[in-house]
Ligand binder design. Structure first.
Ligand code: ZN
Length: 116
């Protein structure tokens, strides 16, 4: 008896998920957690895709990263260009850290459309 393992890593679904992430980020700013809830993927998956999204976004579009910050002392992790959130504040050791948020800007038409 031989067990055949079907290649499960080669799913086209991941490509679709990446496109969905880009569509979401073009319409609003979201964290990895927001995206994972909305697209029903794990945060780990989302973060993996975000790394590719960051590389595939081309001018005039660009990926904006709003850095993580400490909820207690407002310390900002401005030099941290990672997609996952730090576990603890280096300044006050508080563990309540707001995760980084992401947005793709520059993809809108250049008309003066004001949503309000
Ligand atoms: Zn702090």
């Amino acid at each position: 008896m031989t067990d055949r393992n079907l290649p499960s890593s080669n799913r086209p679904a991941s490509e679709t998920l990446r496109k969905k992430i880009m569509v979401e980020l073009e319409s609003r700013m979201m964290t990895a957690r927001d995206l994972s809830k909305r697209l029903r993927a794990t945060e780990k998956e989302i973060i993996g895709h975000l790394e590719h999204v960051a590389k595939s976004v081309r001018p005039p579009k660009r990926l904006i990263i709003a850095p993580s910050f400490c909820n207690q002392c407002q310390f900002t992790f401005s030099d941290r260009r990672k997609f996952s959130s730090p576990s603890r504040c280096p300044q006050c050791r508080h563990e309540g850290i707001s995760p980084p948020a992401f947005r793709i800007e520059g993809g809108l038409e250049s008309g003066k459309v004001d949503p309000t």
